[in-house]
Design a binder for this molecule. Sequence first.
Ligand SMILES: [Zn+2]
Length: 86
Amino acid sequence: MGNRDNTRRLRPIWNVIIANNQGWTCRRCQKPIRPGEPYDLGHAADADPSRTHETHDVEPEHPFCNRSAGSKARNKLGKLNPSRDW
Ligand SMILES: [Zn+2]
């Protein structure tokens, strides 16, 4: 729940960053997210840990990319926990 609050707080910051950069590169598909385009803020657990920017823990992603990544993570988790076999 705290994470959700953080994401909401960071959106105005990211809106400015995206506008200043004339867009942002989605780290999942490497395609641009244009200013004004809808985006999700995804947790960047696999991002460069040396980043010290205040927004280091989340990054803009296409909503489609964010959802497909979560789906893959759930599938992986299911394979790691084969509860049906017990
Ligand atoms: Zn993407």
